[in-house]
Structure formats: C-alpha cells, structure tokens
Design a protein around this ligand. Sequence first.
Ligand SMILES: [Zn+2]
Ligand SMILES: [Zn+2]
Length: 606
Amino acid sequence: MKTGTFTEFRNNGMMPLMITSSLPTEEHRRVWTRGEIRSIWRELLTKPAAKAKAHAEPDTVISGRRSSVTITITAEHDISIGGHIILFLPEFWGGIAQERDATTFFLWRSPNTYPGYVSSHISAHSEGDSVIEGTITSAGSVHVVADIAILDKPLRAGTPLHFVIGDTCGQGVLPIDFDGTYHFNVAVDAAGDGQYAAILPHPTVRVVGGTPERYRVTVPACSTEKTLPLRATAVDASLNHTDVDGTTKIIAHEQNTHRCVTVINETSGIAGKSNPSVRGVWADGNNVYFGEIHTHTELSDAIRSTDDAYRFARDTLGLDFAALSDHFEKHQPSMVYPADRKWDMTRDAASRFNEPGRFVTLLGYEWGGVPHINIYYRGADGKCFPADGETSKSPPGLYRMLNDEHTPYIAIPHHPKYLAAADWNIANGEHQRLVEIYSGWGSSEEGNDSAYRSSLAHGVRMGIIAGTDCHIGRPGQGNRTFEGGGLACVLAPSLTRENIFDALFARRCYGTTGTRMLIDFRVNGAIMGSETPFAKENIVSVRAIGEDMIERVDIVKNGTVVYSASPNRDEVSMEWKDIGGKASYYVRITQRDGHVGWSSPVWTCD
Ligand SMILES: [Zn+2]
Ligand SMILES: [Zn+2]
C-alpha cells in the first residue's frame, strides 16, 4: 500500500487546492476543481444514470459529534481496468480526524500547517481483489472530491466498493454543523474513457441536532394581547432544533412602552430571552415584521433544501417572512437537481410555505451579473432571467426583460461596495428601490464610490434592508459563527405577501445586523422611505427600542453624519432640527453589543 505518494498545492483563486494521490504517476490521476466538478454534475444530471446503486451508512449523524460515514457502491456491470469512480462530499463536510495505520488503499492527511485546512481522512476499498488507488482534490472541507482508479483487475459486477469518510476506529470526522439532509455525489466511469454516469438517487445522510444549549425565543414586535404569544425552540450550539425535557418557567419583563419574556427550563437550566415587543402598533398603524430574503440553498451553490431553509426561518429563528435567492446562471448549478427543475422548485417551495398571518414568503432569485442584484416578485409567479441569458447580461438588459413581462417586481443590489462595483448611473429608480446595506460580506454603507452613501450623492433614491447572503440554507444566519446575519425589517399593517412586498417597494423598511431593534424614523412627520416637501426647518425625529442599550445615534444627511447622540438607554425618542431645504436623511443606531440598525432615508423635496 502506498500512502500519499504525491502531494501538490495549487493556487486556484479563492479556493487553493490540495491534491494528494496514492497513484505514483500521472496516469489515472484525475484532479477536480470545484468548477469542473460542478459543471460535470450539471451535465450528468441530464444524462442516463449509471446502472449502479449507492447508499450511505449510517443514514443519520448528530451535529457536533465525530462520525464515520461509509458510502457503498455496487455496479450491475464490471468496471474495467482504468475505470474510475468519483465521490464528491457535501460542501463543508469534514473535520479533524486522527491518523491511523489503515489497511485501506489510500489516505488523505492534510497538513495542519496549511492555513485554512482541517485534517480529514477518506479511504476506499473493495470486497473483491481489485487494486484501487486514488486522488483527492480538496479546498479544505468546502470542496472535497475523491477519484479512484481500478488498477490491475476489473471490479466485477455486484462487488461492493466502499468509501470510508472518517476514521472508523472512533475518531471520525465532524459532519456539517447544520441539521438537514445531505447528498453525496457519486459517478462512475466504467470504461475508463472519461465518460462518467451519475449514480442516482444520491446516497444521503441526515444531520440532526445535538446537545441542547439554550432557547431561541421570539415574540411579535407589536402585540395587543394581554399575554404575549411566544415561540421558544431549544437549540444546540449550531442553532439546530433539539428536544429537551423538563418543566419550563416564563418570566415577563414589563417596561413603559414594551415588554419581553425569558424562558427557563428548570430541569436542564437552559434559557433564552425574547426580542422586545411594543403594545399596539409601532409607526403610522404599522406593525414591524422581521425577515431575511437573501439565502442560497442546494438549488445552486449552497447546502440544505428549500424546505430546510424555510423551516429554519419559520420555526427556529421565528422570522415573519423569508425568501430564497438562488443563482440560475449555468456555472452555479445544483448538485442534486437538473437545471430545468430549479425555478419550478423555487416557486413551489415559496407557495407551499406562504401562510398569511403566520409566515410569508417572496418568490425571488439572484441575478449574478455586475453588480449582483436580487429580484423579488409581488405575486406567486414570475420569470427568471439569469445573467448568462442572451438578453439579460447587463442591468439594462435585465430590466428590459423584466419590464416587458409587466409582473410587479423589486430589484435590490447587494454588497455594492464589494466584488462587483455598482454603477449608480444606471440605477433603475422605478424598480431598484432598495440596497442590501449589510450581509455576511460586511457593511456597504460607506468606503468607496459603490457604497450606499455614494448612491445618495448620485441622487439615487434607494431605501435600506440587510440580509445574510448565506450559503448554508439558513435565512437569518449569517455564517458559521455569527447567528445574527442581517435582517430586513418591514413596517406593514399586517403579515401578507402583498403587504411585505408593498412596504419594501415603498422603502418603508430598515436593516439591522441581526438584532430585532425597532426603529421609527421621520422627517417633517413623513415616515422612512418617503419623499416629502421640505420645510423652513426640517424636523428629524427618531424613536427606537434596542435589544441592548442604544449607545449611539447618528443622523446622516446627504451621505454625511451631521448629528450624533449617546443616549445609553434601551429606548430612544428624540428630535433634531435642521435648516430647511432639499436633502436626504437617515439614521444609524448602534447598540452596546455592537449591533447596528439603519433606517431607510426620507427625502425632502420641492
Ligand atoms: Zn451575490
Ligand atoms: Zn447571494
């Protein structure tokens, strides 16, 4: 047995690759970059499947606990000498495994000295007498492909071949942290001529929640009920729902204008505190609804299913609304579903989860051109125009196609400051009503010509929301560690899809870094998002309730901070008078815990 005969590091842009192989020469050594594996899978899902089966054992593992998963493949025909089988792991699957003196055919041990890589371990062996060697291409645990070659004897029909992911002697590897059903991609090149066929259905493993750590508690932001209706879910360290026994106690905290609750499990000791809730309505007869509309799933370049994503938003985070925003460009295919099913699946999931009054969805997608723009529809239907479509390669082309459909939509560019700079001169004022000012990429408020404040300087009138751009199928969860990915906060009279859409379109909304802060921002009495006549004196007023103490309030006029205050209270109600005239104003509010909220502006006009 030869172990790690060949190792090479390859600079591959954002994801440097480590290639290890037990094959001594380049013959049979097949290396797969992330782009290559995704494009071959896009093709394979439209071609006849291999005459072979694959399954995973065990079919369920627990988040946060090391485990070993074996993928067993059995073909109905021989796999000849020079034949190959590839296994592509779900993204983010992997963790730290101890090395062992295995009796298997190859090992991959990543050096702990290589930044960004964790040690992992995959081996393969057959129950026959074929010699199997292979190559692993990996970008940490984000991208791992094992490609094995059959060397001196064919692998006979019906002979099981096993890929073992993780050490079976007890250490194992950490599965993905997030609960859900994960698909392993397996394909076979039986003749060794480079023509792979997918083994379908995919072997799957379900990840379930681990040890309960606390409660996630949410209450409506506005309520007239005597007893606040609350949602409490026990979660583990990775925000997975998990069951907990015992009796619970609920403590209500009453303040002047608002209240919140703490839920304590008296048996296990776990607890959780809710967001603040005001009695009655909040601003101009509107309630506040919290949602997140920038999330990717396994329908494009992320993980977890559409249903896992919506359930997480509704049941775990207790969000009021959510939308998925997958990519539909060819280079962002699903590893599970053929391209021609993706949009139907997106529409279907949005329709099934839309329940006015309880949880609302929007139909949408991400247009991945320059800059990135998300499109959302007011209704249950609409067309999808990706950035590699003949007629929708640029924002003007995209908007032409959308406008020709006469289906109400809103366009929201995101992270304008990063990656793909925004050109505010081609802003589509009629439909491009908002900017996602904050997400997992950070804040795009200021810093360069593409940042939000620069749009104000160009006279573009866009309001503000925040989102996550998460690639873990979890609306509202920004990344692996920061629970509070950005939120979109909407002022609407009641919870229906149309009301949420209309409030976004009216810019009657604000964004936060994840906190459920309440903000009412006005100029001359006009609510955020408005265009209102200027007065002799423009009167700027701010009302806010934080989830933590409000440390700082900044009024931003025409893109510059013109007034700041340090109230150091949970609740703020203040007024600031400016000289009259045409201007844009918004407020940025910073809590003691570092969370930030940004109102949409009010524009004073002639
Ligand atoms: Zn994007
Ligand atoms: Zn995105």
